[in-house]
Structure formats: structure tokens, C-alpha cells
Design a protein around this ligand. Structure first.
Ligand code: TMP
Length: 205
């Protein structure tokens, strides 16, 4: 029995997820909600090893299907050994990225079949979905300029602007397809203005 709430945060590179995750963590803690911060790919010991394989620039080549399967392998471990037990205890879980990223990056970016992604989603998650997804949206050029400013880029961050435009398009399409769950947030505003939008949305939970 799931007692806590499961929130995910997603978006293209450079949308400012990390700062907003800190903001949400503090906001929920002030309301005496025990929140577990986690991330994908990763979040478990094994998942972090899979993350390293996926993101390292030492990984010279990876077939798109392999990338998708590794994302879901890490997710399977994450959901079954960390997220579900936490929600059953009554904790809240905030995950930096989740399945929407597979649709956006592997579906939109890599052009893999949406049917196959949804097959894997069913296989691994059955009908389990986040209670709320905060989609931080920024134009790709702005997001990438923030990433470039940070310096060293991982294997996926080295992709082209066209790739990230396809990623962004899928995220936006999904927010229209699932308006109840996915809340589109304009993250091109200042950090404070973005946090304010998030706070207003969180109050509805
Ligand atoms: P980040 O969490 O630091 O943004 O890095 C994770 C990277 O992994 C990011 O480029 C998005 C990518 N990713 C996918 O391609 N598919 C997925 O399913 C997930 C969870 C992440």
C-alpha cells in the first residue's frame, strides 16, 4: 500500500533541476514531510553503476536499444528496492528524472519506437506512475548555454541542439497528453520566480 507521494522533476539539460530540488526538499521538510531525494538513472548502488556506464564519455558507442534497456534496468532496481518501500513507509520521494525522460531522450532524441518504450514501462512499472511531475521547460539554446558554463559535459550532454529540440518537443507533448500529472513550468525565468511557480503547484498536493 502506497502511503507517501511520488514526485518527479524532469526537463532538458540546463533547466535548473538541482536548485529546484533543493528548494522542494526544504519546502517539504518545513511541512514535516520526510522526503527522500533520488535520481535517475541511478538512485541505488547498482543503478549508480549503470549511470556511470550510460553517461561516461569513455563509453565510446552504445546502441540506442541498449541505452533504453539500461535506463529501464536501473529503473527496475530503483523502483522495487528504493521508491516503493519508501512510499509504503509513508515517506515522500522526489526523483530527479523518471520514465518521461526515456520517452523524451530515447524516444524523441534517439528516435526509438514509443510502443517499445511503453512496453518496457508496462513491464517494469505496471500501472505505477508519479503523483506529480514538474516539467522544467527552457529553450534548448538557453539550457545548453547553462550546461556549457558548468564545463565538462557527459556522453548525452554532448548531443546536438537538434537532438535536444526533439527531446523538448516530446516533453511538451507529454505534458499536453497528461495534464493532470505533468505540470509545465517556465524555467527560463529567474530561480526565485521558478521556485514560486513550483510552490504554487505543490500546494495542490
Ligand atoms: P542528469 O540527471 O544529470 O540530467 O543526467 C541524466 C542524463 O540521462 C540526462 O542527459 C538525461 C538522460 N536520461 C535518459 O536519456 N533517459 C532516461 O530515462 C533518464 C532517466 C535519463
Amino acid at each position: 500500500m502506497k502511503k507517501g507521494k511520488f514526485i518527479t522533476i524532469d526537463g532538458v539539460e540546463g533547466a535548473g533541476k538541482s536548485v529546484q530540488i533543493d528548494f522542494i526538499g526544504n519546502y517539504l521538510a518545513k511541512k514535516n514531510i520526510n522526503v527522500i531525494l533520488t535520481r535517475e538513472p541511478g538512485g541505488t548502488e547498482l543503478g549508480e553503476k549503470i549511470r556511470a556506464l550510460l553517461l561516461s564519455t569513455d563509453t565510446q558507442s552504445m546502441h540506442g536499444d541498449t541505452e533504453l534497456l539500461l535506463m529501464f534496468a536501473a529503473r527496475n532496481e530503483h523502483i522495487k528496492t528504493k521508491i516503493m518501500p519508501a512510499l509504503e513507509r509513508g515517506d515522500w520521494v522526489l526523483s530527479d528524472r523518471f520514465t518521461d525522460a526515456s520517452y523524451a531522450y530515447q524516444g524523441g532524441g534517439r528516435g526509438l519506437s514509443i510502443e517499445r518504450i511503453s512496453l518496457l514501462e508496462k513491464w517494469v512499472l505496471q500501472d505505477f506512475t508519479p503523483d506529480m511531475t514538474l516539467l522544467l521547460d527552457v529553450p534548448v539554446a538557453l539550457g545548453m548555454s547553462r550546461v556549457e558554463f558548468r564545463g565538462c559535459r557527459d556522453r548525452i550532454e554532448l548531443e546536438t541542439h537538434d537532438f535536444f529540440n526533439r527531446v523538448r518537443d516530446v516533453y511538451i507533448e507529454r505534458s499536453k497528453q497528461f495534464p493532470e500529472r505533468i505540470k509545465l513550468i517556465d524555467a527560463s525565468k529567474t530561480l526565485e520566480q521558478t521556485s514560486q511557480q513550483i510552490k504554487t503547484i505543490l500546494q495542490t498536493l
